[in-house]
Design a protein around this ligand. Sequence first.
Ligand code: GRG
Length: 296
Amino acid sequence: MKLQEELMKYKILIEDELKKVIPQKNVPQKILLESMEYSLLSGGKRLRPILLLKSCELFDGDIEDAIPFAVAMEMIHTYSLIHDDLPAMDDDDYRRGNLTNHKIYGEGMSILAGDSLLNYAYEIMLKVLIEKKEQLKYIDAMNVIAKAAGFNGMIGGQVVDIDSENKEINSETLDFIHLNKTAALIEASLVAGAIIGEGDSKEIQLLKDYGRLVGISFQIRDDILDIIGDKEKLGKDIGSDVDNDKSTYVSIHGMDKALNDLKNYKNQAIRIMKKFDKDRSEFFIELSDYLMSRTN
Ligand code: GRG
């Protein structure tokens, strides 16, 4: 399989959908819609929606059914990045190679753009629930996404992350942060896709386990890239963890262990996906390899 071509094909598909969702801008609140669109269409790997669609396809699900949930997932991810970049949080000037949302639109507007993207994500999922009201699987998928994004998921992880700044933390606390701040949405994308594709409960659990491993590894790689990454390729400044006095996988465990654990998690993730037919699991196997050596 040509992984990069496959990723690009799905990225284009998702971006075509994202371009359609921001409504007409000829309204009094047009500045808000521009601010939402600025971040939503500013690039990015589109990893979470790609995982959601691919996971649905793994079970022969129709990706048309999964597209609104993939779009919603990317909106939730984008809102989290806009808010994370704010001066009250990480105070970053660049994201995906562009100025951060608040640098262009101001802090107030960028808080509201994040809020609107979050609300709109639920509107988009609820529209499917209303249209297909007899199908419980869509409610299940939305429930998984809502929980992963909330106080027992990404927001919970972000809270402990902020609360841990300028403090010595142990590896359990760091694991909590990574599992919630980063892995929760990645895991939820795979689980929601599997639910919509109608995988059985054992298969959904395999996707969940794979997602957790990919999610943790994604964050470990992020921590590594913050030290050895290339600013141009990353589209943001490196060294921000040190600047913000943040504990990372590398600062707690050291670079050698970080690289070694990354390899172990990758092998575990591959073992899980090998339980599916080879032609179906190839994408997920190659993806775990790529994500753990990614440079952006
Ligand atoms: C503000 C509630 C709230 C949460 C913020 C996403 C997040 C939580 C913080 C961003 C900071 C960070 C390093 C998070 C770890 C997850 C991560 C690596 C996010 C970036 O995701 P990518 O690499 O981004 O998929 P692109 O730009 O490719 O979409």
